[in-house]
Design a protein around this ligand. Structure first.
Ligand code: NAP
Length: 318
């Protein structure tokens, strides 16, 4: 590949029948400022990213929207339809009557007429008037999955979300959802990386036609919610060395070979480029034997709660 050729990112087809590019550009950061996000997203479009992952709680919707508008103006893309944009419903809006207004607000922030994918961010609800990242116990309220999903279906039927899905759902919660959903979730976005491989959940989702999107695909190194387990792994260092690749590329290649999609976050041009260059090598049986030995540990234990909600969130599953 010449240095000017963009790596082509393959698509998967969701059960909603829409295409989703395998590689997504993540925009969660504790230090998100508008200028940085906008510049990084424009650079990402130049490099070949076509799938963007945001959420109402990331503070990145508006800057991403500005980047998309700028990319159109610069002719980097000829139509918004060339992009796949995901956003997510936050806990304080996780109530049946607040879903549509929340989606409308996200669209307004992004300056878009529709989302490609709208996700229920967590299977948890907070009091509507309390909007923050980490909730205390008395700020959470029971989650009405059935009512919220009916509103998500309404968003789809209005043409405001081409596909709808969930995030941070266990197999048990997916089972509940599938028992009444008229429109099944197209995607379940979950923590998934070489040190949290989620075999059971992946198998369940595959059997039900639900596409898994991996978040924290590198283990979210350097963030408060992640760890360096993946990026500091000696085993992965050896595998990467043999292929002349980086640990990040081995990690992302593994996800691709599992048939899942992923959102990886970097605002650094070289690393953004590197994270796209995963389609020119394959992992060997020997690599897989080593990969299967990697110690497994969930990093996102409590999600958006400042106290232990592991049972509430993950239903004892691994
Ligand atoms: P991640 O993508 O696994 O890791 C991001 C970290 O890795 C950043 O510190 C980044 O730093 C660094 N990095 C990226 N590429 C690298 C490379 N090639 N070599 C070395 N370091 C590299 O973690 P994440 O941000 O948690 O997950 C990705 C996206 O998933 C998020 O941005 C967000 O869109 C989504 N997400 C969703 C949820 C959910 O609940 N649904 C939760 C978490 C995340 P630099 O920027 O300095 O390169």
């Amino acid at each position: 590949m010449s240095s000017t050729t963009k790596p082509a990112v393959p698509n998967v087809v969701l059960q909603s029948s829409f295409n989703m590019p395998v590689i997504g550009f993540g925009t969660a950061s504790e230090t998100n400022d508008g200028d940085t996000v906008k510049a990084a997203a424009i650079e990402a479009i130049k490099l070949g990213y076509r799938h963007f992952d945001t959420a109402s709680c990331y503070g990145s919707e508006q800057a991403l929207g500005e980047a998309i508008a700028e990319a159109l103006k610069l002719g980097l893309i000829s139509s918004r339809n060339e992009l796949f944009v995901t956003s997510k419903l936050w806990l304080s809006d996780n109530h049946p009557h607040l879903v549509l207004p929340a989606l409308q607000k996200s669209l307004q922030n992004l300056g878009l007429e529709y989302l490609d994918l709208y996700l229920v961010h967590f299977p948890m609800s907070a009091k509507p008037e309390i909007r923050k990242f980490f909730y205390k116990e008395d700020e959470l309220v029971p989650f009405d999955l059935k009512g919220v999903w009916a509103s998500m279906e309404q968003c789809h039927n209005l043409g405001l979300a081409k596909s709808i899905g969930v995030s941070n759902f266990s197999t048990k919660k997916l089972q509940d959802l599938l028992s009444f959903a008229t429109i099944p979730p197209a995607v379940n976005q979950v923590e998934l990386n070489l040190s949290w491989q989620q075999r059971n959940l992946r198998e369940y989702c595959k059997a039900k036609g639900i596409m898994v999107t991996a978040y924290s695909p590198l283990g979210a190194n350097g963030t408060s919610w992640g760890s360096n387990d993946v990026m500091d792994s000696e085993v992965l260092k050896q595998i990467a060395h043999v292929h002349g690749k980086t640990i990040a590329q081995v990690s992302l290649r593994w996800l691709y070979e599992q048939g899942v999609t992923f959102a990886v976050k970097s605002y650094n041009k070289e690393r953004m480029k590197q994270n796209l260059e995963i389609f020119d090598f394959s992992l060997t049986n020997d690599d897989y034997q080593k990969i299967n030995q990697i110690k497994q540990e969930r990093k996102v234990k409590n999600g958006p709660a400042g106290f232990d909600v592991a049972d509430l969130l993950w239903d004892g599953e691994n």
